[in-house]
Write a protein that binds this ligand. Structure first.
Ligand SMILES: Cc1cc2nc3c(=O)[nH]c(=O)nc-3n(C[C@H](O)[C@H](O)[C@H](O)COP(=O)(O)OP(=O)(O)OC[C@H]3O[C@@H](n4cnc5c(N)ncnc54)[C@H](O)[C@@H]3O)c2cc1C
Ligand SMILES: NC(=O)c1ccc[n+]([C@@H]2O[C@H](COP(=O)([O-])OP(=O)(O)OC[C@H]3O[C@@H](n4cnc5c(N)ncnc54)[C@H](OP(=O)(O)O)[C@@H]3O)[C@@H](O)[C@H]2O)c1
Length: 240
C-alpha cells in the first residue's frame, strides 16, 4: 500500500485508561488506508524543532475513522503534544508503514503477545484472524500484558472474540496486581510466563510480539531455544 501524506483532524480524544488516550482521526477523503498491523508516523513540532513518532492503527477494518491508542510517557516529547490534542485539532502524519502484518501463511496456531498499547495492531487484525479460524482451522491465542487491570485495553473485545470461537483463547497477565480473576482469563505475572506455559512449538506456531522491547527480547530468546527461526517470529518494538 502506497505511503501518503495525511492531514488528520481529531474527531475525539478519549482517555480509556490512566495515561492512555484513544484518538479518532478523520480526513476529508475518509480513513487512511492501511493493512491491519501497520502504523503512521506523526509529524510533530515543539520548541526544539520537528520530529516524528510512530503509532499503530488500532481500528477494525471498515471503521469510518482511523484510531490510535497512545500511552503517555513521562516527559516524552511526543506525549506532551498528543495528550494536548482535542477535537478539531489537526495532526500531520505519513503512512502507512510497517511489515508487522498477517502474511499469507497457514500455521496451526497463532500466538499473539502484547504489552500496553502494543495490543493496538492485534485489535485491527481481529476480523482477519476470525476468517483464518473459520476458513483455515487456525487456532488463535491472544495474550495481553499490563501492570494492572485498568491497563487491559479493549480487554472486553478480546474476551468476546475468544468466547465466540472455540479455537480462540485470550489471557490477561497482570504484573502488579495479585487479585486476578481466573474466570475473566486473568493471571498474575508477566506475559513471558504465559508464553512458557503455552509450550510454543516451532512445528506448528507463528508468534507475533508487540510492545515492550524487553518482553520481546526475552520472548525471542525463549522461542529460539525452542528452535523457532526468525521467520516464525514477528515483532514490533515500541521503543529501543
Ligand atoms: C512502529 C512503532 C509503533 C508504535 N506504536 C505505538 C502505539 O500505537 N502507541 C503508543 O503508545 N506508542 C507507540 N509507539 C511508541 C511511540 O512511537 C513513542 O516512542 C512513545 O510514545 C514515546 O514517545 P515520546 O516522544 O512521548 O517519548 P520520548 O521523548 O521519545 O522518550 C522520553 C523518554 O522515555 C523513554 N521511552 C520512550 N518510549 C517509552 C515507552 N513506551 N515506555 C517507557 N519509556 C519510554 C525514552 O527512552 C526517553 O528516555 C510505537 C513505536 C514504534 C517504533
Ligand atoms: N501502566 C500505567 O499505569 C501507566 C500509566 C501512564 C503512563 N505510563 C507510562 O507509559 C509507558 C508504558 O507503560 P506501560 O505500563 O503501558 O508499559 P510497560 O512499562 O512496557 O509495561 C507493560 C507490561 O509489560 C511488562 N513487562 C516489562 N518488561 C517485561 C519483560 N521483560 N517480559 C515480560 N513482560 C514485561 C510489564 O511488567 P512489569 O510491571 O513487571 O514491569 C507490564 O506488565 C511507561 O513510560 C509508563 O511509565 C504507564
Amino acid at each position: 500500500m502506497a505511503t501518503r501524506q495525511h492531514r488528520f483532524t481529531i474527531r475525539k480524544s478519549v482517555e480509556i485508561a490512566p495515561g492512555v488516550v484513544h484518538l479518532f482521526l478523520t480526513t476529508p477523503d475518509g480513513p487512511a488506508e492501511h493493512l491491519p498491523g501497520q502504523f503512521v508516523m506523526a509529524q510533530l513540532e515543539d520548541s526544539e524543532g520537528e520530529f516524528t513518532r510512530s503509532y499503530s492503527f488500532s481500528e477494525l477494518p471498515g471503521s469510518d475513522a482511523n484510531e490510535l491508542v497512545i500511552s503517555r510517557v513521562n516527559d516524552g516529547r511526543g506525549s506532551e503534544i498528543i495528550f494536548g490534542l482535542t477535537a478539531g485539532d489537526e495532526l500531520s502524519a505519513k503512512g502507512p508503514f510497517g511489515r508487522f502484518v498477517l502474511r499469507n501463511e497457514s500455521p496451526q496456531r497463532y500466538i499473539m503477545l502484547a504489552t500496553g498499547t502494543g495490543i493496538a495492531p492485534f485489535r485491527a487484525m481481529l476480523p482477519e484472524l476470525r476468517r483464518r479460524i473459520a476458513e483455515e482451522g487456525a487456532e488463535v491465542i491472544i495474550c495481553q500484558g499490563a501492570r494492572e487491570r485498568s491497563g487491559l485495553l479493549f480487554g472486553d473485545e478480546f474476551k468476546a472474540f475468544a468466547a465466540a470461537h472455540e479455537r480462540a483463547r485470550y489471557y490477561a497477565c497482570l504484573s502488579r496486581d495479585e487479585s486476578v480473576d481466573a474466570e475473566q482469563h486473568e493471571c498474575a505475572g508477566r506475559l513471558t510466563m504465559i508464553l512458557e506455559q503455552l509450550g510454543p512449538n516451532a512445528e506448528s506456531d507463528i508468534v507475533y510480539l508487540c510492545g515492550n522491547p524487553d518482553m520481546i527480547d526475552e520472548s525471542i530468546e525463549m522461542l529460539k531455544a525452542r528452535n523457532f527461526t526468525p521467520r516464525q517470529i514477528r515483532r514490533e518494538k515500541y521503543f529501543s
